[in-house]
Write a protein that binds this ligand. Structure first.
Ligand code: BGC
Length: 407
């Protein structure tokens, strides 16, 4: 008879899923929702023939999953799925719709969200800024504006004061990815390709993070604060010298740049992880044996290597995102299981990993790609807004509930 084995996770490990306001809440009014309807965006979609392929509605965030109204139901689902943690983000454009004017009803909404999570005994991780901006700020130049760090800090202080029960705070989500897509390759609003603006934005996000860290601590001395960074596993193809140089450049800019510069301003590491990049010269040579619906290689071993590189920061690591677009749920169960085996291996070798938040709790609006990529543990029917757990969600639930993997 085959022997069953069990890989236990550390006591108190946090299990759950992540999402962000613009991607799930619905009816946001921010720089993204305006951009989605802009002539520039629509004419690009027409030119690239994407409207014929996916339909115009695919690219408009609209009512999203209406998580703004369904949150109690969604967290009840998460609870049934054995989650004891969840990551959400706050929608700045609701909270501060005009410069310096804070909307009490919007703040109360997030108080209700946190109270609901606490009632369910689900630990909240709250991201203050997941890429969307209030219109007053985007019209001033957005993150590139000189005073952006102060604006971020004022908003962070307001929310850390308003939500004293939140322990885990993430200041900014994936600053390097944001700067790259919005200011270098021009895919996201404000669609710039400007090296100077790119570095200005990175610089401002570093300052914003430090200022937000202090603002949150001033409001709540016990808070644990970090940023969420997208960490890529770079590998040098055949370990050749020239490939190693490219790998080091990748590691430097994508993986180390941000955390290395915010020393003494993080209490844990917020790790988002999706990519493996086996570099040959300056391009990728991944095997791509399995890929997601978005063509991203599924290479669960990558997280093991990435986790080892995080050891240098000497702080606990929380995996704040990891997942795949897989509408038919062909690979998700396998992907989660293999990923967690690798997380377990890293833990057993001394990496202090304390939580795993899958991306995402439910299908959602995948930025410039729109609604078609399906990242959810819960499948969403966008006509009826019905949520249905995918089979993989049930497999993940078993892992969460028993705090470990049965193999
Ligand atoms: C972002 C999410 C996004 C996910 C999948 C992460 O980089 O934080 O907002 O949906 O990747 O692309």
């Amino acid at each position: 008879m085959e022997q069953q084995s069990f890989l236990p996770f550390p006591h108190g490990f946090l299990w759950g899923a992540a999402s962000s306001s613009h991607q799930v809440e619905g009816n946001t009014h921010n720089n993204w929702s305006v951009w989605e309807q802009s002539d520039r965006r629509l004419s690009y979609l027409k030119r690239a023939d994407l409207i014929t392929q996916y339909g115009k509605d695919n690219f408009i965030s609209g009512r999203g999953c209406d998580h703004y109204h369904y949150f109690a139901n969604d967290f009840a689902r998460a609870k049934e799925l054995g989650h004891n943690a969840t990551r959400i983000s706050l929608e700045w454009s609701r909270i501060e719709p005009q410069e310096g004017v804070f909307d009490q009803a919007a703040i109360q909404h997030y108080r209700d969200v946190i109270a609901q999570l606490k009632r369910l005994d689900i630990e909240p991780f709250v991201t203050i800024w997941h890429w969307t901006l209030p219109l007053w700020l985007s019209s001033k130049g957005g993150v590139a504006h000189n005073d952006a760090p102060q604006y971020f800090a004022r908003y962070a202080h307001k929310m850390a004061t308003a939500l004293p029960d939140v322990h885990f705070w993430l200041t900014v989500n994936e600053p390097v990815i944001y700067a790259d897509n919005s200011y270098l390759n021009g895919n996201w609003p404000p669609q710039q390709r400007n090296l100077f603006a790119y570095f200005t934005v990175l610089h401002n996000l570093l300052h914003a993070h430090r200022a937000m860290y202090q603002a949150i601590k001033a409001a709540n001395g016990n808070a644990a604060v970090s940023a969420a960074e997208n960490i890529v596993y770079y590998e040098a193809y055949k370990n050749k010298f020239i490939n190693r140089i490219a790998k080091n450049v990748g590691d430097y800019f994508w993986n180390s740049y941000f955390f290395d510069r915010i020393k003494d301003h993080y209490d844990f590491i917020g790790l988002n992880h999706y990519f493996h990049n086996r570099i040959q010269l300056w391009s990728s040579r991944n095997e791509n044996e399995k890929v997601s619906d978005m063509g991203w290689e599924l290479y669960p071993e990558a997280i093991y290597h990435v986790l080892h590189t995080m050891k240098k920061y000497q702080k606990p690591v929380y995996i704040t995102e990891n997942g795949l677009a897989d509408a038919k749920d062909r690979y998700r169960k396998w992907f989660i299981t293999e990923t967690l085996k690798n997380v377990h291996r890293a833990i057993s070798e001394g990496v202090d990993v304390r939580g795993y938040l899958h991306w995402s709790l439910m299908d959602n609006f995948e930025w410039d790609k729109g609604f078609w990529p399906r990242f959810g543990l819960l499948a969403v029917n966008y006509e009826t807004l019905e949520r249905t757990p995918r089979k993989s969600a049930l497999a993940f639930a078993k892992i969460c509930k028993q705090n470990g993997l049965s193999l």
